[in-house]
Design a protein around this ligand. Structure first.
Ligand SMILES: [Zn+2]
Length: 269
């Protein structure tokens, strides 16, 4: 019997589905994979942080300072006064698992950062802009809010978070982790994290002073274009925009019934 090869039917390589539908399915599939990946990553970081509870983190970073931090003289009176305001804010966070330390970065660019282990860094540029203790108290209270939600560790980035876990488990030295102020000054938090930190910070201010007068006056001035953009760009690129922030803080104070008038405390510098 002779074998007769048959030709494949016409159009065997042409799909019956419209190309746009196929492209749509591909995009939807890739988006789903990407979202799944992002969710798994967030879960992994949360899982990692579970192995570094705050007390372990505080022990790992005790006395630690980032290599690239240029601090002001230890005799600088702004250090004691800012630490005192920070201690008062932290006192109202009843069971804070950190002993908060404050350092002043000798940088002209206004910024404030929450670093691992309870180290809060504010810049000389920021201190030059605050005009009352109440303004400073809110900036510090906001950073405390990042510790409460442990945003400060997530902001380190995946690679460093896993190195921190490794160091915590092996008892390694925090100085080998390569955490730099220069990198952290560029990292921002999500809008949700910022709002939660603002809410926590404002509550500490209210608890301490019995009112929230001047808590956000610094951002009011910035929104009015009072300062050169260059001086405040570091802070405003890693925190909410001053105008929106003032609106949401005013709303928050209204919702919670926190008085917006009351005696303001002066700074000594
Ligand atoms: Zn923040």
């Amino acid at each position: 019997m002779k074998f007769v090869s048959r030709q494949p039917r016409e159009g065997i390589n042409v799909s019956d589905t419209h190309p746009l539908v196929e492209a749509g399915t591909l995009v939807a599939g890739l988006t789903a994979i990407f979202l799944l990946f992002a969710v798994v990553l967030i879960f992994l970081i949360d899982l990692a942080l579970y192995f570094v509870p705050p007390d372990k983190e505080a022990a790992l970073f005790r006395d630690w300072l980032p290599d690239d931090l240029v601090t002001v003289s230890p005799a600088d009176t702004r250090l004691d006064e800012t630490q005192r305001v920070l201690d008062r804010m932290a006192f109202h966070w009843g069971d804070a698992p950190y002993a908060f330390r404050l350092e002043i970065d000798a940088s002209e660019l206004a910024n404030a950062m929450a670093l691992p282990g309870g180290l809060i860094v504010v810049t000389e540029g920021l201190l030059a802009q605050v005009e009352s203790e109440n303004e400073l108290a809110f900036v510090l209270g906001h950073e405390l809010g990042h510790y409460r939600n442990r945003d400060h560790l997530r902001a380190l980035g995946r690679g460093i978070v896993f190195s921190v876990v490794l160091a915590a488990v092996t008892g390694d030295d925090a100085s080998n982790l390569g955490i730099n102020v220069a990198d952290l000054a560029l990292r921002s938090f999500s809008r949700k994290q910022e709002l939660a930190a603002d809410e926590f910070g404002l509550e500490l201010v209210y608890t301490n002073y019995g009112h929230v007068n001047e808590a956000w006056r610094l951002f009011d001035r910035w929104d009015d274009g009072d300062r050169s953009l260059l001086d405040i760009v570091s802070y405003t690129s890693t925190h909410p925009q001053p105008g929106n922030r003032v609106d949401s803080l005013e709303q928050l104070a209204r919702d919670r019934g926190w008085p917006t008038s009351g005696p303001v405390t002066a700074l000594s510098w």
